[in-house]
Design a protein around this ligand. Structure first.
Ligand code: HEM
Ligand SMILES: *[C@@H]1O[C@H](CO)[C@@H](O)[C@H](O)[C@H]1NC(C)=O
Ligand SMILES: *[C@@H]1O[C@H](CO)[C@@H](O)[C@H](O)[C@H]1NC(C)=O
Length: 325
């Protein structure tokens, strides 16, 4: 209250106070909490983790795919499960948007988790929250840091292909555009670098890195040569051939950053983080100290999970993640 009585003494103060209250009201993520389902679904964490665990045992890459789904959900109108909606004859969702088409995967695993959760707590837990927990579990199972996942998000009744096209950064991005795309959703440059460390797991398709391995000079030559063997130069040939994003794709470690320091980033956007610019020092820090990376990564994941959630009576708790109720 003292703050308000001081600022209200002049006109500028009134504007400040109004701006401050808009900020506080606008911050709906204040309603998310780690114990949101502790009474309504006490087995939730156990249930999610056991399904994620068996999916990763079948295929280690699935951990990477689930983590990426959460990112692609959160960057498009907030973490609201919108990416999980299937297209229908009368509805165009996000699955066929440019960043997701032939690329986003793991939807069956999300279905399996959701069905397991519905068995014990029907109609209680949102798909958006299931994805947030599955992303954390994937990181932990593959050897990365743990964090308390904030919960209480509700599911969107809409999706936006246009927003998916325009909000998720493409691999052709330069450093300034990466900084500004993350800034647009309230994430700092440091958050952006830490979150890019997700590329310590998983794979990319030839079409995502072709121009880099044939045309760019800030790429270590033996890696360029090795990647060219499974990614032919002509557009359209071998587009979906896969390559790992770092040398240890099934372990969540800081090898991705060691790779960047050695000019071994696979995507153009990866190497932008260590190319003589303002983020070189952050990359060096993460490359030298896995504990700093792990801790910054966990903080940034919590921040990303706070992007514009639907709460209260907004949205719904979907029964099936693929369609609105
Ligand atoms: C900084 C901007 C980013 C760009 C430009 C970018 C771009 C990409 C691209 C092009 C791929 C390969 C997709 C394909 O070829 O099918 C990929 C894979 C991946 N991305 Fe990112 N990404 C970024 C940030 C992030 C963030 C913030 C996360 C998670 C928090 C993330 C997690 C992943 C994971 C785990 C994979 C591997 C997925 C799999 O194997 O299924 N990325 N990313
Ligand atoms: C999104 O991108 C895809 C692929 O480039 C394109 O086919 C589609 O029309 C775009 N959608 C919108 C709504 O702009
Ligand atoms: C490399 O750059 C040249 C000249 O800009 C372009 O014509 C060619 O398509 C590029 N190659 C690849 C594989 O992107």
């Amino acid at each position: 209250m003292a703050l308000f009585s001081i600022v209200f003494k002049n006109n500028v103060g009134i504007y400040l106070a109004v701006a401050l209250s808009i900020l506080l009201i606008g911050n709906s993520s204040a309603q998310l909490s780690t114990d949101f389902y502790s009474k309504s679904c006490p087995q939730l964490f156990y249930t999610v983790k056991s399904v994620v665990h068996s999916a990763i045992q079948r295929e280690a890459r699935m951990g990477a795919s689930l983590l990426r789904l959460f990112f692609h959900d959160c960057f498009v109108n907030g973490c609201d499960g919108s990416i999980l909606l299937d297209d229908t004859s009368s509805f165009t969702g996000e699955k066929r948007a440019a960043p997701n088409l032939n690329s986003a995967r793991g939807f069956d695993v999300v279905d399996n988790i959701k069905s397991a959760v519905e068995k014990t707590c029907p109609g209680v837990v949102s798909c958006a929250d299931v994805l947030a927990i599955a992303a954390r579990d994937s990181v932990v199972i593959l050897g990365g840091p743990d964090w308390g996942v904030k919960l209480g998000r509700r599911d969107a009744r809409t999706a936006s292909q246009a927003a998916a096209n325009n909000s998720i950064p493409p691999p052709t991005s330069n450093l300034n555009s990466l900084i500004s795309r993350f800034g647009a959703v309230g994430l700092s440059t440091k958050d952006m670098v830490a979150l890019s460390g997700s590329h310590t797991i998983g794979q990319a398709r030839c079409t995502s890195f072709r121009s880099r391995i044939y045309n760019e000079t800030n790429l270590e030559s033996s890696l360029a040569k090795a990647r060219q063997e499974n990614c032919p130069r002509p557009n359209g040939v071998g587009d979906n051939n896969l390559a790992t994003l770092d040398q240890t794709p099934a372990t969540f470690d800081n090898n991705y950053f060691n790779g960047l320091v050695n000019r071994r980033g696979l995507l153009h956007s990866d190497q932008q983080l260590f190319n003589g610019g303002s983020t070189d020092s952050i990359v060096r820090t993460y490359s030298n100290n896995v504990n700093v990376f792990n801790s910054d990564f966990a903080i940034a994941m919590i921040k990303m999970g706070d992007i514009r959630p639907l709460t209260g009576s907004n949205g719904e708790i979907r029964k099936n993640c693929r369609r609105i109720n």
